[in-house]
Ligand binder design. Structure first.
Ligand code: ATP
Length: 557
């Protein structure tokens, strides 16, 4: 199948913002690929998400925008500076490439047809190259594609190389398209994806074995699972009352991790399914010493502490992003992992009730004090509700965030934010929103962005600006933030900038108010940036639905 056919699908997707229309376009294409060239189906599914490998894969192309600009400049015969200038004007490397190609095609005549298979093969080969002169060899494979590409093909090849497809298709849309194309209930496709996180595999099994096949897909150590998420608890009494009795645990404020052992390998994944094992050698060491040498998946929270008190979550983020001098960090600040769940031990156990899973966890963990522990917990009935309140108070005094209230009868529900796991925090509600714009400050701070325009996502995953937030951050973080933002600036107009959506921040506020003239219908009073949330993905930012629900709750009180 020709790459041109896929490009036409990208263009159709780009021409509508409606999720249902996008789903329709994708469903038709997936079913066509399934009929005509089924072996391409997993590849095309990932390419429609702008990916070559599943999110958690350790393989990466290793081509940055500088190198890509150089390749484009060679392909069209202009200087790299010309490409960079075009890129500045358009704010998008794909569009810059397309424009330059269009100019060039007035001189040269034809592009040669390239197939989807060829594009994919070359991209995979690029990822496989390492070592001496790797960059040059990678560029050869890229040039092979770019020199045969049409302007529109060049646009999408370059965007795919940077994994920024920008056709407004998220995992939810692709999942719905697979359901529609192969006639499978949405919840079956969704669960298969939450368990495997491999959309290509889900599409392939959906076509070949239908819903029955998808139901048989399950988790496997080495492949990360979407974590189960928590809703806010209205109050301890109400939540425990609804559950009958509850397991209450300390809510640690660190980094959530899923730890997999498969054979001799230990992998540590974040909640965004990134493999961070290399950054946390001491945690692998504790796991090696504390748990059996058998296949398992356990889950927990890692916190850093000084003199027995947890230190900032931001520090943990720096630790997991660290690539160099890791040894120095290991000895500097000790980490503790608090395990709270097990999803696999010899076999998948996620469908067992929490109380059974906890027993399994306790039976396989040897506690290493201060290094690897089990989450502190109490079992609470309505008659003994004080036990939960005590845990809440000791947790807060210990420098933790609050408590989790969990239904002991519930299975583990990957990717679901339901009522079976609740959280109660001492601090008021905050929102996780993405930066889409900003305003430079005045006077001494004229070189720094002083307030950020923050957006939420609506039910179609479209971003909608909600409010400008002032930066309640210290000078150092503010500077770091400005450095992160600089390359993402799309356009400037006076002191205002438009920023490519990528940086997610947690915003504190005093109140949500109705604002009929704004796009969302709401605005925030006194919004302030609390911290940067590098541990969240764009699809995890807060939704219009959540803002509406907080607003309605606040009206009740
Ligand atoms: P928050 O900002 O409140 O942490 P979130 O969106 O990051 O919210 P939620 O799923 O809403 O995540 O809240 C649950 C989070 O609390 C988990 O993702 C996990 O990182 C953390 N956590 C800390 N201690 C526990 C525990 N004992 N059991 C489960 N989760 C815990």
């Amino acid at each position: 199948m020709l790459y041109k056919d896929l490009v036409e699908v990208y263009q159709d997707l780009d021409s509508t913002t409606k999720r249902l229309e996008k789903t329709d376009i994708l469903a038709k294409f997936l079913s066509k690929v399934g009929d005509e060239e089924p072996e391409l189906l997993p590849i095309v599914t990932l390419l429609c998400l702008g990916r070559i490998f599943p999110t958690w894969s350790e393989e990466e192309l290793g081509i940055g925008s500088k190198l890509l600009m150089k390749a484009i400049s060679q392909a069209v015969g202009v200087s790299p500076e010309d490409v960079e200038n075009r890129m500045r004007d358009t704010g998008d490397i794909g569009e810059a490439a397309e424009e330059l190609y269009l100019k060039k095609s007035q001189v040269t005549l034809f592009s040669r047809p390239i197939t989807i298979g060829k594009v994919h093969r070359n991209l995979v080969k690029m990822a496989e190259i390492s070592g001496n002169r790797a960059q040059y060899k990678k560029i050869d494979y890229l040039m092979e594609l770019l020199s045969s590409a049409s302007p529109a093909e060049a646009k999408y090849i370059t965007r795919t190389v940077l994994e920024e497809l920008r056709v407004g298709v998220g995992e939810g849309t692709i999942r719905d398209a697979i359901s529609q194309a192969f006639n499978i209930p949405k919840e079956v496709t969704e669960r298969a994806h939450m368990l495997t996180n491999d959309m290509g595999l889900v599409a392939e099994v959906a076509r070949m074995e239908g819903g029955e096949g998808l139901r048989k897909l399950t988790l496997k150590p080495g492949k990360p699972v979407k974590p189960m998420l928590a809703q806010l608890s209205p109050s301890i009494t109400e939540s425990v009352g609804e559950m009958g009795w509850a397991i209450c645990e300390t809510k640690y404020d660190g980094i959530r991790v899923q730890i997999h052992r498969h054979g001799d390998k230990i992998d540590i994944f974040t909640r965004r399914l990134e493999n961070i094992s290399l950054a946390l050698p001491e945690i692998s060491d504790y796991i090696e010493k504390s748990l059996p040498h058998e296949d398992f998946i356990v889950e927990g929270e890692i916190i850093a502490s000084r003199d027995g008190k947890p230190i900032s979550f931001q520090y943990m983020l720096q630790r997991v992003r660290r690539k160099y001098e890791i040894d120095k960090m290991v000895s500097k600040i000790p980490l503790t992992v608090y395990l709270f769940d097990v999803l696999y031990y010899h076999r998948p156990v996620l469908d067992e009730p929490l109380q059974e899973r906890r027993k399994t966890l306790e039976s396989i963990v040897k506690v290493l004090e201060g290094k690897l522990e089990l989450s502190a917990q109490v079992k609470v009935t309505l008659e003994e509700i004080g036990k939960a309140q005590d845990l809440f108070e000791t947790s807060i005094k210990g420098g933790h965030e609050g408590i989790m209230i969990k239904d002991p009868h519930a299975p583990y529900m990957p990717g679901i934010r339901g009522k079976k796991m609740l959280k109660l925090k001492a601090e008021p509600e905050t929102l996780d929103l993405v930066v889409v714009g900003g305003t430079y400050g005045n006077g001494k701070r004229a070189h720094l962005i002083g307030s950020y325009l923050m957006a939420l996502q609506d039910e179609d995953n479209q971003l909608k600006p909600l409010a400008y937030a002032a930066t309640g951050l210290d000078d150092q973080t503010l500077l770091e933030l400005s450095e992160m933002v600089e390359p993402l600036i799309i356009s400037k107009k006076g002191r205002q900038v438009k920023i490519e959506p990528s940086i997610i921040m947690e915003i504190a506020f005093s109140e949500i108010v109705e604002s009929p003239e704004s796009e969302t219908g709401y605005s925030l009073r006194f919004p302030v940036v609390k911290r940067i949330r590098n541990d969240l993905g764009l699809d995890e930012i807060d939704t219009l639905e959540r803002i509406e629900s907080i607003f309605r709750n606040s009206e009740k009180t």
